[in-house]
Design a binder for this molecule. Structure first.
Ligand code: ADP
Ligand code: GLC
Length: 484
């Protein structure tokens, strides 16, 4: 059976560069596609934060070139390999030799439109220079949104037959810029209209990507529905409904090598469903690390994530404090982002010493320890395209407390008080009180029905969130649009 050749393009790929779940998918999906038999290579920008020594980057092309606007942009290409997947890096200091990926504390980079228009062209050119003729170019989010257009317009025989898929990881980020980029990006003025890139006079990269891609996917079935509605579509619901026969929600998987309680090297005690009693050693280590009272019998809640409105931080702010005031519980919050939340959660431990802990920053190690040691994982997102943390939690027998939206709704089964069935605790309303009540529900279950908690942990750990099924679905989708 023939398998498609896939050029996977992403602005983030873990562990090279990561701001969120896109990077996790950027590494685990190509790996899964490869395991399923596809021929895959990945391309990303070479940000200065990528550790060239650690990942053993080697130069492939010293001087490659693309035409942007009226100029030629000369750049180099590097390569690294991890888990059998080759990743190619676009080195172009003018755009990528900076401290941040998209922004600094001072705000977004003013030339992001130019940076990623260039990246789209350079990613395609890299395939060409490598003589890697893709059946599929798999694009991810707005940063790659010009590629489907370029492929439609491409006159070069090399891309004859190449089809494009764009995956929407988060419709909240569309890449909307001034029309000044049209010339540099070489978007024909005739193609700048309301059915393609144009949006209130600006250029919307994601919109153009959706308009020109052969297939559109997003990262959970529920989110695929939500974005077709006015509330969830971020202004693109009409276009998405129009393209609904080419739109599919394919649930993200998780990297079960990276997130495996039986083999996780970040945690002090490995465990499985059979040895779940060992989980408490991680809990004690976690409490110690965050200077909480070490107590294996107190309900311990955790949060890890970007401090962005999307994640329901306002609800958290209300509910966490009220829960600490009224219930026997502990909280640990890990994250970074908006200053207001950094300040608030940074100060929480001083207000509730030995009961609240926080780490303001990014720490892979602390995130793993929290997933392994906490009893409950809170994720009250206003919307959530897929969400990975709740799946990591489930794999570690840590029960998610989630708002029933997008991928959270698709992956967490609500607790049934009669039977002890389910894998977590869900609520619907975007409301701090609703979150508080659901935390209360988890707390009372923890103390009053411990047998149910145990049963839920085991059910959670039995769920399979590996990539196999979803990777197979992507391959079917690729095959439906190629000659392979
Ligand atoms: P999103 O992509 O919207 O941020 P996801 O749940 O899909 O949400 O993915 C978030 C990823 O980023 C997870 O791998 C999570 O562990 C990680 N992450 C986010 N913030 C931090 C942090 N402060 N420290 C460690 N890991 C983090
Ligand atoms: C986005 C979404 C998140 C999803 C991730 C990977 O950042 O916010 O829900 O899990 O992309 O697809």
């Amino acid at each position: 059976m023939n398998m498609p050749k896939v050029l996977f393009v992403s602005s983030e790929i873990a562990p090279y560069a990561k701001t969120g779940g896109l990077a996790d998918v950027g590494s685990s999906l190509p790996k899964a596609l490869k395991s399923a038999g596809a021929d895959v290579i990945s391309v990303m920008p070479l940000y200065s934060s990528v550790n060239r020594e650690k990942f053993n980057l080697t130069q492939v092309f010293q001087s490659a070139c693309v035409h942007m606007g009226n100029c030629e942009e000369w750049y180099s290409v590097y390569k690294a390999s991890l888990s059998g997947v080759d990743t190619y890096f676009i080195e172009f200091s003018k755009y990528f030799d900076r401290s941040g990926i998209y922004h600094t504390k001072a705000g977004e980079y003013a030339d992001n439109a130019y940076r990623f228009a260039f990246f789209c062209r350079a990613a395609m050119q890299t395939a060409k220079d490598l003589k890697f003729k893709p059946d599929i170019i798999h694009c991810n989010d707005w940063q790659t949104g010009l590629i489907p257009y370029y492929i439609r317009k491409e006159e070069d025989f090399f891309f004859n037959g190449s089809k494009t898929v764009i995956t929407i990881h988060n419709i909240g980020y569309q890449g909307i810029f001034g029309a000044d980029v049209l010339e540099y990006a070489r978007i024909d003025i005739a193609d700048f209209h309301a059915e393609s890139f144009e949006s209130f006079g600006g250029v919307n990269f994601l919109k153009g990507g959706i308009a020109y891609a052969d297939k559109i996917t997003t990262v959970s079935p529920s989110y695929a529905q939500e974005i077709q509605g006015e509330t969830g579509g971020g202004g693109l619901h009409k276009l998405l409904s129009y393209r609904k026969y080419d739109l599919e929600g394919i649930l993200n998987g998780i990297d079960t090598e990276e997130w495996n309680p039986a083999a996780d090297s970040y945690i002090p005690r490995n465990f499985t469903a059979e040895t779940i009693h060992l989980k408490k050693d991680n809990k004690l280590a976690l409490q110690k690390r965050f200077m909480l009272t070490p107590d294996e019998n107190v309900a311990l809640f955790g949060f890890v994530g970007r401090f962005a409105e999307q994640k329901g931080l306002n609800l958290m702010r209300y509910a966490v404090e009220k829960a600490l005031d009224t219930m026997v519980c502990q909280f640990i919050i890990i994250g970074s982002g908006e200053t207001e939340y950094e300040r608030y959660f940074g100060e929480l431990p001083a207000k509730y010493p030995s009961r609240a802990g926080s780490y303001i920053g990014y720490s892979e190690e602390a995130a793993h320890l929290l997933e392994a040691g906490a009893d409950f994982f809170v994720m009250p997102s206003l919307y959530e395209p897929c969400g990975l943390n709740q799946m990591y939690s489930l794999a570690y027998g840590t029960l998610p407390v989630v708002r029933a939206t997008g991928g959270l709704d698709d992956t967490v089964k609500n607790y049934n008080e009669q039977t002890g069935g389910g894998t977590g605790f869900k609520f619907n309303l975007i409301d701090g009180e609703a979150l508080y009540n659901t935390i209360g529900w988890a707390v009372s279950t923890y103390y009053d029905r411990p047998a149910h908690i145990k049963q839920m942990r085991l059910s959670a750990m039995k769920e399979n969130f590996g990539w196999e099924k979803s990777a197979a679905r992507y391959i079917e989708l690729y095959k439906s649009i190629t000659a392979v």
